[in-house]
Design a protein around this ligand. Structure first.
Ligand SMILES: [Fe+2]
Length: 315
């Protein structure tokens, strides 16, 4: 066997192992780099059949196996979920933290591959929320209150799934996994809105608001282009800013014309916006946010769905 000798060895060169002993090959007494085919042919002529390369001393980049950050986050999450000894609070925290990492990747780079990996992870999260009541109960307590598109997406994703769990309980006519994907991805189109507009402290000008109003259409386009536009995702993404009284956008739809999936998303969306801190406003506590939604904004929401949403926060 031939090996390249490491720098810390006393002698450099290439050795042949004969039994337990290393013998310097006369041909390779000098340290050298392989830089031509001729050298390789020469080595083969001398009977060398195996070379152990010291990668640390090589200029050649060794290719790493394909790394998909979302798949890896999903794998870590699965391990925590499958740990039967983990308390529900720990599982809820793991689900939340891993979801944030996943959404960050998806929103920063909404490729077909990332959306697919993200959806797979969301499906696991939806299944877990549906199956594990104790863990699901903890989720309402741990939503983060920093307003970034990806933390907001995860908060709305979680709250949306908790609400469909209670509204569609026992029903088999709804694809809960795809609905979950729709809630998590509802603001995906914001990745095409300029960042300074998304993060602008204070009120948007008329022109800026017109640009912001395009994010439902952008989100729909991205999912269509990447072949991930299911019926559930479509309704949620396109209509989540429509309001029951017709005051929403992009179409100003009223009441029953707004799909129930989008009505559910709009409640979670507004609640999270109120309870998150922005550069120009304090976050509101849960009770205060729910009070404002009921007393000042109730015409925006489907009444029974809103009442069901309030029940999620009952201790
Ligand atoms: Fe939105």
């Amino acid at each position: 066997m031939i090996r390249a000798v490491k720098a810390e060895d006393l002698r450099v060169g290439m050795y042949v192992m004969l039994g337990e002993k290393a013998h310097m090959l006369p041909l390779f007494e000098e340290e050298f780099k392989i830089s031509s085919d001729k050298q390789i042919i020469n080595m083969i002529d001398k009977g060398v059949t195996f070379v152990d390369v010291d990668v640390d001393q090589s200029d050649v980049e060794v290719p790493l196996p394909d790394f998909n950050p979302i798949e890896s986050v999903g794998q870590e999450l699965r391990e925590t979920i499958e740990d039967a000894s983990a308390p529900p609070e720990t599982k809820a925290k793991a689900v939340y933290d891993h979801s944030i990492k996943m959404m960050k990747h998806v929103i920063e780079e909404p490729t077909a591959e990332n959306i697919l990996s993200g959806k797979r992870m969301i499906y696991d999260i939806v299944d877990l929320i549906l199956a594990d009541d104790d863990m699901a109960a903890c989720l309402t307590q741990i939503t983060s209150h920093d307003y970034y598109t990806y933390t907001h997406s995860v908060n709305v994703g979680m709250l949306g799934v908790l609400l469909i769990k209670s509204v569609f309980r026992g029903s088999t006519t709804h694809n809960m996994q795809e609905l979950g994907a729709g809630f998590f991805l509802h603001d995906l189109g914001k990745c095409h809105v300029p960042a300074d507009l998304i993060n602008k402290p204070g009120k948007l000008t008329g022109e800026e608001f017109e640009e912001m109003k395009k994010h439902p259409a952008y989100g729909q386009e991205i999912l269509a282009e990447t072949n991930h536009l299911t019926e559930e995702c479509g309704h949620i993404i396109v209509q989540h800013h429509e309001r029951e009284d017709g005051s929403g956008y992009p179409l100003g739809l009223q009441g029953y014309r707004i799909h129930i999936y989008a009505r559910i998303c709009s409640i979670a969306d507004v609640y999270d916006a109120l309870t998150s801190a922005r550069a120009y406003k304090e976050k509101l506590p849960t009770f205060e946010a729910l009070r404002i939604m009921k007393e000042e904004m109730i015409t925006h929401f489907h009444r029974e769905l809103f009442d069901e949403f309030v029940m999620l926060f009952k201790p």
